[in-house]
Design a protein around this ligand. Sequence first.
Ligand SMILES: O=C(O)CCC(=O)C(=O)O
Ligand SMILES: [Fe+2]
Length: 289
Amino acid sequence: MRSLEALTLDQVVDTARYPLSELASARGQAVVSRARRDLLTLGCTVLPDFIRLSLRDVLRQECSAIAPRAHHDVETVNVYNIAVDSALPEDHPGRKTFERGNAFVARDRIPADSLISRLYSNMVFRHFIARCFELPELHELADPLSGLVLNVIAPGMEHPWHFDTNEFTVSMLTQQAQAGGVFEYCPNIRTAQDENFDDVRDVVDDRGERLTRRLPLQPGDLQLFKGRYSLHRVSPVRGEVARHSAIFAYSERPGVIGSVERTRQLFGRVLPEHLAAEGRAVRGDRLLD
Ligand SMILES: O=C(O)CCC(=O)C(=O)O
Ligand SMILES: [Fe+2]
């Protein structure tokens, strides 16, 4: 007998190709080992057509219906997400600034019965993600806004080059741009020991072609990414249609809530949970970039 949760997952995910509840099977093992190998070598793996093809349009429509709920606030940033006015040496790549023009729909504005919400909260899915990242366990964020977000990049906007503060990100394109809006990344351009400023400078100054890979993503593809060492961006969106992607944020320990300052920046508001957590010791890292 399959559990109700597994059945729901079966309806959403192509479980013939990705048998999430049978990871010990030959197919399950192959899926996990391919993801691990990609993550080890490139810091990135894509699981094509993860969502059943018959639901691709539902996925797109559900997310495009809530996109108008995004908080828009263009922010001036650099690749390290440190203060742009910090006193950096003349040739430091952190001196190059970009306009971060993407906007986020917060979790409390995403219907609980939408495909992306059901996937985010599904235990079997979460366990599968943990296995791919070789982590013992993952938790949903306790943060009522940033656990699950829809990242909306309107025509003319971009999500510029950056490193993530988080070790790993799980995301899913739900709507493609007509042109541009491509996920680009430079695998392992830095390590914990070496910032490799020379190559990072080449990339931000548009001389990094040799270091850059592009992902030809389709709506419903699942992307696992380790963005701490791989510089990445979504290139400027062209044409008439916004690019949408769902970002599933998980943490290794329970109870993670974003800081008041960062939450206000990302969503334009905070909730009582953020204010309460600010005073306590358990508090998350920065959650989205
Ligand atoms: O929307 C995407 O595909 C990329 C998002 C990203 O890089 C981030 O949120 O840190
Ligand atoms: Fe990122």
